[in-house]
Design a binder for this molecule. Sequence first.
Ligand SMILES: CC(C)(COP(=O)(O)OP(=O)(O)OC[C@H]1O[C@@H](n2cnc3c(N)ncnc32)[C@H](O)[C@@H]1OP(=O)(O)O)[C@@H](O)C(=O)NCCC(=O)NCCS
Length: 192
Amino acid sequence: MPSPPANGLSAGGLAGETRTVWAVEVRDCTTRELPQVLGLWDAADAEPTVTDDLAGLEALLSFASGSLLVALHDDVVIGTLICGWDGWRAAFYRLAVAPMFRRQGIATALVREGERRLHQWGARRIAVIAVESAPAAVPFWIAAGYVPQTDRSRLVKNLTGRAVADDPDIRAAGRDARPDRGRADRGGWRAE
Ligand SMILES: CC(C)(COP(=O)(O)OP(=O)(O)OC[C@H]1O[C@@H](n2cnc3c(N)ncnc32)[C@H](O)[C@@H]1OP(=O)(O)O)[C@@H](O)C(=O)NCCC(=O)NCCS
């Protein structure tokens, strides 16, 4: 974990409070940085999911290269945000900031950049799933302007076995087949 920056500023907050302002860059994640992303999710106690591995992240970047944002300090990944866009709805996933960098506006900077690019891609509505057991999650999203939707339930299913994308027969046949065939074979499920 990096030490406080030589170029860090100390900014005044409420009476008697000081906050360190870190020199932070927000940009697209490169494949080289993917192991750091997984390390950060561990360190940030981000709730683990089935897609938290190198293969999952590489698939994400090859599907939509600008969808994983990272915040960096001294070339170290200290924050992440996945921006999902399927042409209809947008969603944010895996917002996480390294513990020692919290409450400095880094998650806010990631979300604002994510909103900017989702809007540019055509999105008009963004959904977020906030982990109820993570103490900062709901307060953060409310502070960022997101409104809890209490009259909906989230339903999920983890898929096991061979993926359609890895099946050479389906891949070969699929190029000229119905465009939604793969989706139907996966029980209507689309990647988060
Ligand atoms: C949630 C998380 C990403 C916030 O990152 P951050 O960089 O500290 O957030 P910011 O500094 O941009 O916070 C912006 C505002 O959100 C709210 N907020 C952030 N953390 C909070 C907390 N622990 N308690 C209450 N409000 C909080 C505050 O209003 C804060 O503004 P303030 O610092 O001026 O009071 C970070 O705590 C984290 O990584 N947590 C673990 C993983 C997680 O829960 N991810 C979200 C899953 S949906």
